[in-house]
Design a protein around this ligand. Structure first.
Ligand code: BMA
Length: 865
């Protein structure tokens, strides 16, 4: 018996005891112990984890093989056709409190809940939370809680059939799921990506994926709080606190609003509350507020707020949450280009540098707090200031938004709808409205929350992809479908949203309200033509929108990562196992088509393909980001697709499933720096731009060197410049005719020096990588110059221009300060490697360069430190 199973069995016979009193009168008892699960038509109960899900429980008991390995995904498709039961027993020693409620923060999805064999809840939406009054239904002693999950597939089938016409869902992998023509994902309020996506497997799970707790209280409790900020200035902010109370009896209560850390009281009032629910408003102000800023622009100052409800001296309930003082708006106003699409933070138009986020695992309980923090931190480290929670996943757990508050990332929050058309019956609409209310109330006070968006790519699908023809709907059905769409996304959702929050709402990303609407002059845009081909990187230059909310290029994760998920002899692009880890249509072909154009590589050597694909992705994203930033303020945002993976897979992610930064994440980090230099080659001229996101003017020196690839500087210029705040401009120009070196033998190196420090160095190669005359005969020096606190500080120098320098350690698990970089003669490159295990005896480092690896010069291991 495995250790984890032994541990589970121990929990299953453990009876949960509780009923301790805290100072506040509201008590919460988490019911995460003693759970067991079984397939409903079988008898054997087995220990289960809560929060968790059926797939991970089956895996823990070795009843299925790892669905992420090889083609195992296909062998576990039976799970979603079955019903599953979960149960636990908890002990109540005494029942004193007036009100007893069971709170379910996340049930996935069609669940009947029984307390002591009596049904207390029917749930049908993974995104909602449910509070059930169980007053008088608890027994002294043992109580049994049972959750019966109906198969999400079997439940949705009759719902699908009742619609009368097929609905559209491009990513629903009905084929793998064996559901025939039925794209059942659209019928169920459950994470879309569970049904398959072009980067994810189909694993339609069931389970209690967020905590369940028993809440007991007396007289009055806090239901929710809304903090609204008005009249923000350097001197003052007015804060209106609306406290929504649950009241069991008429009484007088004192409501205090305090600083949770210092205990300083902001305001207080005594009110008579009446039985039933009541909202109470308290207004106060904070003098000289410290503002909350995005990463790179200032501090992320948080005010820890506490609301205390008292009856006399007795504390009835307390609520603590952080707020940040800031104004944030989506500005869409007519201008001489068309209509703006930009985020205004504290009165400044801020260029959004960011990414799209997908759930961190197919099984959400596996996304540990540490893993979530690693991802958000990696975004902040890469100089991002925005993250989009994309509509095919979930409304993330609270921690996600806490982390965005802390690291200074604004959140673009989609509602959970993506690339599909949904039913429009009343039951469905009411369910969605309840979901919107729950999540808006839960998330609205986070300073990081910038805007809400109705859905991902539905307007584009309707008006741009020609789906009406494809689906062959009758005219009447077509009209009904689009009317249902507009009702949900332009009326019902924004109506509910704006009852509970005043942030801006954008109905669909990208903007595409009517035929012909996909524009560079208005709204946001997704650009996939470069990935899909045959467009080259220059297409990014000719198609710069007002805000680019998606674009990207795929690459493969490191060989060591895939080696854990496919058999050793399957480590090649076309093996069955690897093919199952490429979910995009024509994915491998698309990667190879461009990668082979750009580099001397073929599909045969997997390691080389991985290296080349990562470099291609890195150069693609660097090109796109710089292009978008140079075009500021025409364009005011660039969110590449996508930062993370939910399993090990070939994808657009810049960080792989195991947390390794791909080549692209390093180059994104560089391209998103607050101030960058960037070369654009237009009309036979090298235009050197400086882009600054700073809110103050910057004095600097701009150095431009044209170098041949042997390292000879053939032209140089140095200029003192003043860079206006929040601008992009050309500061130097070099005519191609002035350069007497072949275009495939040159690199333009631009350096910004401010206060005697190099704050940016960028390299621009005009020719395709394949055509560059990179030398294979170079002197690379590499030294571990120091070892500090388990980290290795490594210095590299070269006598010739090196491209795509990849350094790796012989031990897995660690972090580089930079990697996959260019190395120039005359530069000393110092990088640090922080291993996870700080007590290793011996580590070897190997260095690879594009100069040699893809030119079939010696093997991959070029040098050992
Ligand atoms: C975007 C996303 C996803 C998809 C990605 C890559 O449009 O919204 O639907 O995974 O493209 O194709």
């Amino acid at each position: 018996m495995s250790n984890s199973i032994k541990r589970l069995l121990f929990f299953s016979i453990l009876v949960v005891g509780f009923y301790g009193k805290t100072s506040a009168q509201v008590n919460k008892y988490i019911l995460n112990k003693g759970w067991e699960f079984k397939q409903s038509d079988k008898q054997d109960w087995r220990a289960a984890y809560v929060p968790g899900c059926v797939h991970t429980d089956l895996l823990n008991h070795q009843l299925i093989k790892d669905p992420y390995f090889g083609e195992n995904e296909k062998k576990v498709q039976w799970i979603d056709k079955k019903d599953w039961e979960y149960k636990t027993t908890f002990t109540v020693n005494s029942i004193e409190d007036q009100k007893q409620q069971l709170v379910f923060e996340g049930l996935d999805t069609y669940a009947d809940v029984y307390l002591n064999d009596k049904k207390i809840l029917t749930a049908d939406n993974m995104f909602r939370s449910w509070t059930v009054d169980v007053t008088g239904k608890l027994k002294k002693g043992a109580n049994e809680l049972k959750v019966y999950f109906h198969s999400p597939i079997k439940t949705a089938e009759p719902l699908w059939d009742a619609v009368g016409y097929p609905l559209y869902a491009i990513n629903d992998d009905a084929k793998t799921g064996n559901t025939g023509e039925r794209k059942l994902s659209v019928m169920t309020r459950k994470a879309g990506y569970h049904y398959g996506w072009d980067w994810g497997p189909r694993l339609v799970t069931s389970g209690i994926y967020r905590p369940i707790y028993l809440k007991t209280w007396n007289t009055v409790s806090v239901d929710n709080i809304r903090y609204q900020q008005k009249n923000i200035s350097e001197k003052n902010v007015d804060i209106l606190t609306t406290v929504q109370l649950n009241v069991l009896e008429n009484t007088n209560v004192t409501i205090d609003v305090l600083d949770a850390q210092s205990g300083k009281k902001y305001t207080s009032k005594v009110v008579k509350v009446k039985k039933g629910d009541a909202a109470q408003e308290l207004a106060f102000n904070i003098k000289k507020p410290k503002l909350w800023w995005t990463n790179g622009l200032g501090d992320q100052h948080l005010y820890p707020m506490k609301v205390v409800i008292k009856q006399g001296d007795k504390i009835l309930d307390e609520n603590v949450q952080n707020i940040g003082i800031r104004t944030v708006n989506l500005i869409t106003e007519k201008d001489d280009i068309g209509e703006s699409f930009k985020i205004r933070l504290n009165g400044h138009d801020v260029f959004m540098k960011g990414t799209n986020y997908i759930p961190g695992d197919m099984f959400l309980d596996r996304v540990s707090d540490e893993k979530m923090e690693e991802t958000i931190k990696a975004c902040a480290e890469a100089n991002m200031n925005m993250i989009r929670v994309w509509g095919g996943g979930t409304y993330e757990k609270d921690l996600f938004y806490d982390l965005c508050d802390k690291y200074g990332l604004l959140v673009w929050q989609d509602f959970m709808f993506a690339c599909s058309l949904y039913p429009g019956d009343e039951k469905f609409v009411e369910n969605v409205k309840a979901e919107v209310k729950d999540n808006v109330i839960r998330l609205r006070n986070h300073p990081s929350l910038a805007m809400w968006c109705g859905n991902n790519e539905i307007e584009w699908a309707w008006f741009g992809w020609g789906i009406q023809k494809q689906m062959n709907w009758s005219e009447a059905d077509s009209t009904k479908i689009i009317n249902d769409y507009f009702r949900l996304f332009t009326k019902e959702i924004p109506d509910v949203l704006h009852q509970f929050d005043d942030k801006d709402y954008w109905a669909s990303s990208p903007y595409f309200r009517k035929y012909g609407d996909h524009l560079e002059t208005k709204g946001d845009r997704h650009l996939w033509d470069v990935w899909k081909g045959p467009k080259s990187w220059d297409y990014y230059k000719s198609h710069v929108p007002r805000f680019m909310s998606e674009y990207g290029y795929q690459s493969y994760p490191e060989v060591e990562v895939m080696a854990k998920y496919v058999a050793k002899d399957e480590l090649n692009l076309w093996s069955k196992g690897m093919r199952n880890h490429q979910k995009a249509k024509f994915g491998n072909k698309r990667i190879m088509k461009n990668v082979t154009k750009e580099f001397d590589v073929n599909g045969k050597n997997f390691e080389k393909v991985v290296y080349a694909s990562q470099l291609y992705q890195a150069y693609d994203l660097k090109f796109a980001i710089e292009t978008h930033r140079r075009k500021m303020p025409h364009c005011m945002g660039s969110l590449y697709w996508q930062v993370n993976d939910c399993w090990p897979v070939a994808s657009w992610a810049s960080i792989d499933y195991l947390g390794n930064w791909k080549a692209s994440h390093y180059r994104i980090q560089e391209a998103y720096q607050p101030v960058i230099s960037s070369v654009s080659f237009d009309d036979e001229t090298f235009n050197v731009y400086v882009v600054s996101d700073l809110l103050k003017e910057m004095k600097a020196t701009l150095k431009v060197e044209v170098m041949d690839l042997s390292g000879q500087v053939v032209k140089t210029s140095t200029e003192n410049i003043k860079v206006a705040p929040n601008t992009s401009d050309i500061y130097a120009k070099i005519a191609a005719s002035d350069i007497k070196v072949e275009q495939n033998n040159l690199v333009v190196v631009t350096t910004i020096i401010a206060k005697n420090e190099v704050i940016d160095q960028n390299e621009f190669f005009l020719a395709k990588n394949k055509d560059l005359t990179l030398s294979t005969d170079y002197q690379l020096t590499k030294n571990v110059i120091a070892q500090k606190d388990g980290s290795y500080i490594i210095e590299l120098t070269t006598d010739k221009v090196l491209r795509g320098v990849k350094i790796s350690a012989s031990v897995e698990g660690g972090k580089w300060t930079d990697n996959y970089f260019d190395l120039l003669p005359g530069n000393k490159k110092v990088i640090v490697w922080q291993p996870v295990d700080k007590n290793m005896d011996k580590v070897n480092f190997k260095v690879q360069t594009l100069n040699k690896v893809l030119k079939d010069q010696p093997a991959e291991v070029l040098s050992q430190l």
